[in-house]
Design a protein. Structure first.
Length: 115
């Protein structure tokens, strides 16, 4: 089993920055991809990164959000710059198993961008 815990959400003004962190524990050797979704009207992929450092970032946040990973710490980061009100949401971290059959989700962290 894998446990995933997010941190770093909060309230920020338009144009500001936040960094979300996500730590995986347990059977972490079974994990390949880690990433973030946000809740929205339907859970929307935001960014993902595999063990090799290859990333995939949604067009809606490309150029503003960066995903990075520290494999030694089993931690993934989402650095969010130039935040907009439409980025307000609950952000969920996940870890996906090597065979892509199992997804492990965190409890979510709220990001609120105010005018």
């Amino acid at each position: 089993q894998v446990q995933v815990v997010e941190s770093g959400g909060g309230l920020v003004q338009v144009g500001g920055s936040l960094r979300l962190s996500c730590v995986a524990s347990g059977s972490t050797d079974s994990i390949n991809v880690m990433g973030w979704h946000r809740q929205g009207p339907g859970r929307e992929p935001v960014a993902a990164i595999n063990r090799g450092g290859n990333t995939n970032v949604a067009d809606s946040v490309k150029g503003r959000f960066t995903i990075s990973r520290d494999n030694a710490k089993n931690t993934v980061y989402l650095t969010m710059n130039d935040l907009k009100p439409e980025d307000t949401d609950v952000y969920y971290c996940y870890a996906k198993s090597l065979d892509a059959q199992s997804w492990y989700w965190g409890q979510g962290t709220q990001v609120t961008v105010s005018l």
